[in-house]
Design a protein around this ligand. Sequence first.
Ligand code: NI
Length: 204
Amino acid sequence: MYQDKGSLKLYKFSIAQKSIILRACELNLKLDNKNEFDLMSLLTILEYPDSRLRTVARNVDRVTTSVSNFVEDLLETMYAAPGIGLAATQVNVHKRIIVIDVSAEHNEPLVFINPTIEVLGGMQTSEEGCLSVPGFFEQVERSEKISVKAWDKTGTPFELKAEGLLAVCIQHECDHLEGKLFVDYLSGLKRNRIRHRIQKRRRT
Ligand code: NI
């Protein structure tokens, strides 16, 4: 998920250049270390209306080394995009795994494996975007307060209560695991317009 347009702009103008330089330095560092595999760990994000985004993800049985490595790649891909949330479904891995970081400094990664949401109440409307629907932002209504149960990156169960942006982000990413996108909450007219624009953009 993208941050709302306002914050994204702010992010673009104030931090983006610095983080691009930082990332370039990291990449150089990795190249110097001849660790080419780190360079290849950025995963390809599927774009709407790719039908694979409609796949329902399966539960993770246990956190193996390959699951841990995948979580690191997912985080790296989210930060590089840049985004504040990413679901495994979006990189064509159909396991119930999402990563989120809504912190101002982008240094508080949250990992949810096999997340389940309980709605605690209230409704909120906010502008959402999605790395799989690049460049489009629309108002979506979601639950205001939720509780989420999941495993962390080590497989340890935890429960977290969330509201505001974090609650929106968790709901948005969990939707991906069910094959659902934020555009599904829009009118058919708006959704079709977005789909046509993305397809047109891809052709040119
Ligand atoms: Ni998304």
